[in-house]
Design a protein around this ligand. Structure first.
Ligand code: ADE
Length: 249
């Protein structure tokens, strides 16, 4: 998958992308990240990319000309792939949206700065707008990195373990079960006996129950949309009964 990032701060990307899994994914040709500095397409002497807003008010707005020029120069006019603007006004990013976007061979990410981009960019160049949550950052660079990370790990071969993305919290619709590794006892805290048993069927059932328990405790909203098996329902109704009994004590 190819990512084309359009930003005023391309230097922000390599420190994160050139490490660990994403570094290997690039070396293996599974992902390619091309960084484009919008400033390079500003034609005036000082390479200005922002200006004051019409109508007054505070802050600066990113000018349309260098953004159109950069994206059309790199991707054609009109661009031949989705152009995603990172903005707190976009649709809220989720695992579902990550899966949807990862189906593209190529994707352009446009990082807004200051008060945002000129509205004509939004209306006539951008094809999708994504927010990473209901809070405001200083720019779209961290959100773009988050998108690149979440999409890349869905590409076959990027993660060593092919089961990884299937069991992930959110991928299955449940939060993931708890993980333990050696030692079996640390400062008196023990690994649940079940995981040391070697009985894989029982371990799978325990993990499923732990995932259900975590989800109901932390994200009951997720369970509302989740299709429970008969065994899940039995487990949850036993939990209810147990809770009712403890309440009465
Ligand atoms: N730019 C600033 N804040 C943002 C957010 N929450 N999501 C995406 N882009 C942003």
């Amino acid at each position: 998958m190819q990512f084309d990032v359009f930003t005023l701060f391309p230097e922000m990307f390599p420190p994160y992308l050139d490490m660990s899994i994403l570094k290997r994914a690039q070396e293996n040709g599974l992902i390619e990240v091309n960084l484009h500095n919008i400033r390079d397409w500003a034609t005036d002497k000082h390479h200005v990319t922002d200006d004051t807003p019409y109508g007054g008010g505070g802050g600066m707005v990113m000018k349309p000309e260098p953004i159109f020029a950069a994206i059309e120069d790199r991707l054609g006019a009109p661009p031949d792939c989705p152009v995603v603007l990172l903005t707190p006004q976009g649709r809220k990013f989720s695992q579902k949206i990550a899966i949807e976007l990862a189906a593209n061979k190529r994707i352009a990410l446009l990082c807004g700065r200051y008060e945002g981009v000129d509205e004509r960019v939004r209306q006539h160049l951008v094809t999708d707008e994504i927010s990473i949550g209901d809070y405001v950052l200083t720019g779209g660079e961290l959100p773009a990195l988050i998108l690149i990370d979440a999409l890349s790990r869905l590409i076959p071969g990027v993660l060593g373990d092919p089961g990884g993305p299937v069991d992930d919290s959110h991928a299955s619709g449940l939060l993931e079960y708890p993980h333990y590794t050696r030692p079996p006892e640390f400062r008196g805290m023990k690994v649940p006996e079940m995981l040391l048993s070697g009985d894989h069927r029982k371990i799978a059932r325990w993990r499923r129950q732990q995932a259900l328990l975590r989800t109901i405790q932390r994200r009951p909203d997720m369970l509302e949309k989740f299709e429970l098996t008969e065994e899940d329902k039995k487990y949850l109704s036993n939990l209810d009964a147990l809770e009712a009994a403890t309440d009465q004590e």
